[in-house]
Design a protein around this ligand. Structure first.
Ligand SMILES: *Cc1c(COP(=O)(O)O)cnc(C)c1O
Length: 503
């Protein structure tokens, strides 16, 4: 498989090159340049019978054609380890009614779904770099407003040939998030607080990436900079696996007939997770609909309805912060695929988005999208109600992101009458967003005055559920990272200082 750009006709690249480059020349995103081949009945049987790791190897093999099967297996073994994931199925399904399952994607080290990709990406990236003849050590730089930074730290921790430096805004992450980061273990990880908000941290990182002199200095020290953001194909590909895995698991349990279509509901922000479902479909997954669930920032819901993507609107902070996004970068890939793979069109829409904050797609592309996708959103009240109702009706506890998915599935079934069996992707442990969950279940008074750590205990006591390993005892772990940068200049200086020492 080779990869091409969504925006121009430049020469396709190998999987390893796509992963190392991250973004295509000219600003486009990498997409498969060749048709995907649906799984044969024999391959489906092997998928059904395999472990999660074996399923992953079968799904990823065609996408990583310049990796040997041994290399893929080796990466998977290191990523989806039993000491990193607290469930043997890695992504287990929980049945709550005869036609509804939750696919739990939060059994990794940080208790949210980014682990599914960020546990694997570092191993793919490290090998891909060597394949491309890169002998400099890779330094991953990230500015984080929350959970991605921690998931990246856990993913890159002690991966040979890599270092990772995460900058977080001193006033812009929760107490738990901060604790998770400053207690991070690993010999190749660094965490630095930045005075200011997320934008300050972000622009500091951008300045580092754009500093040509610094780049030369770093190369002299043996380093090259890279990022692990969600538009890298190496982050998308691992997410394709669990759609197939869930489907085959239900087939194995006898819950689905052969070829029976299944709906998937995906709490969506940057459109990465749901787009992986589309590529699974192209690999032969019997898919009914991909239901795109948004929160109060419902650009995508409006887009599916009207064919107009319009980011010119207020931005709201919600109880599902990982979906508080007005530009869903990965949508570009879907536009490319469903507009007849016409890079000129995609280029025009993306230019319009950058220039005017909006674009309108043509009717044919809109119709192709509507055949497979349906969008809905839940406001804050509906999200809280979905947390309550799901717990009351099924005895199942969901986090606010997953609750948005449940609320939107209810809407979808009501609006379309399509009551096909459905899987809701559960993207975070309820303990990760315990404040909102406790407020929804027990009322604001029960939460008032309690710290996030007290709320973990409280939620565990009230529901009888265990606190995930990665969140437990955080307040007792030793602090390992204490650096604070006052501004962008200091961020640069600290980076150089840290990289001058090799562990
Ligand atoms: C990142 C994230 C999402 C959104 O996923 P996208 O791939 O950005 O659409 C949803 N829920 C949680 C908990 C997340 O961390």
């Amino acid at each position: 498989m080779r990869y091409r750009s969504t925006r121009n006709e430049s020469e396709p690249v190998s999987p390893a090159e796509a992963i190392v480059m991250g973004i295509a020349p000219g600003g486009g995103l990498f997409v498969p340049a060749e048709p995907l081949i649906p799984f044969s009945p024999e391959q489906q049987e092997r998928l059904r019978e395999g472990s999660y790791q074996e399923r992953a190897a079968l799904v990823l093999e065609p996408f990583l054609s310049d990796f040997s099967r041994e290399e893929i297996d080796d990466c998977l073994r290191q990523a989806y380890r039993r000491d990193r994931f607290d469930h043997p199925a890695i992504a287990p399904l929980r049945r709550v009614s005869p036609d509804l399952w939750f696919l739990e994607l939060w059994h990794g080290p940080t208790a949210a779904f980014k682990d599914m990709a960020l546990q694997l990406l570092p191993h793919l990236l490290s090998r891909a770099a060597r394949k491309c003849g890169e002998d400099l050590e890779i330094v991953i730089l990230t500015a984080t407003s929350g959970d991605t930074g921690k998931a990246a730290l856990e993913g890159f921790k002690d991966v040979p040939g890599t270092r990772i430096i995460v900058f977080y805004p001193a006033k812009g992450v929760s107490e738990i998030q901060k604790r998770q980061m400053i207690t991070q273990e690993g010999d190749n990880v660094h965490v630095i607080a930045v005075q200011g908000n997320f934008d300050d941290a972000q622009s500091g990182v951008k300045a580092i990436f754009n500093d040509g002199t610094l780049k030369i200095t770093l190369a002299g020290l043996g380093y090259t900079l890279s990022s692990a953001n969600s538009i890298n194909w190496g982050r998308l590909a691992p997410q394709i696996v669990y759609y197939h895995s869930a489907y085959q698991e239900l087939r194995a349990q006898g819950a689905l007939e052969e070829g029976e279509k299944l709906n998937f509901v995906v709490p969506t922000g940057n459109f990465g997770n749901i787009l992986a479902g589309y590529y699974a479909y192209r690999q032969g997954l019997p898919l009914g609909r991909l239901i795109c669930a948004s929160n109060r920032n419902h650009v995508l819901t409006d887009f599916f309805k009207t064919g107009v993507y319009d980011r010119r609107r207020p931005f709201y902070r919600t109880s599902s912060p990982s979906m508080d996004i007005l530009i869903s970068s990965n949508l570009e890939r879907l536009l490319f695929e469903l507009s007849g793979r016409q890079p000129k069109k995609v280029q025009r829409w993306m230019e319009q988005l950058a220039r005017e904050g909006r674009y309108r797609i043509d009717l044919k592309t809109a119709a192709a999208i509507r055949k497979l996708f349906w969008g809905g959103f839940a406001d804050e009240e509906k999200t809280a109600a979905a947390i309550r109702d799901t717990y009351r009706d099924y005895g199942y506890l969901v986090d606010p992101h997953t609750a948005v998915g449940k609320a939107v599935l209810d809407q979808y079934r009501e609006a379309t009458g399509d009551c096909r069996k459905a899987v809701i992707l559960s993207t975070a442990s309820p303990f990760k967003f315990n404040g909102s969950v406790c407020r929804a279940l027990f009322g604001a008074d029960a939460v008032r005055g309690k710290s996030e750590f007290e709320l973990l205990e409280f939620l565990s006591r009230e529901t009888g559920l265990p606190i995930p390993e990665g969140l437990n005892q955080l307040d007792k772990k030793p602090v390992r990272h204490r650096l604070t940068a006052a501004d962008g200049e200091m961020m640069k200086k600290m980076l150089l200082m840290l990289l001058s020492f090799r562990p």
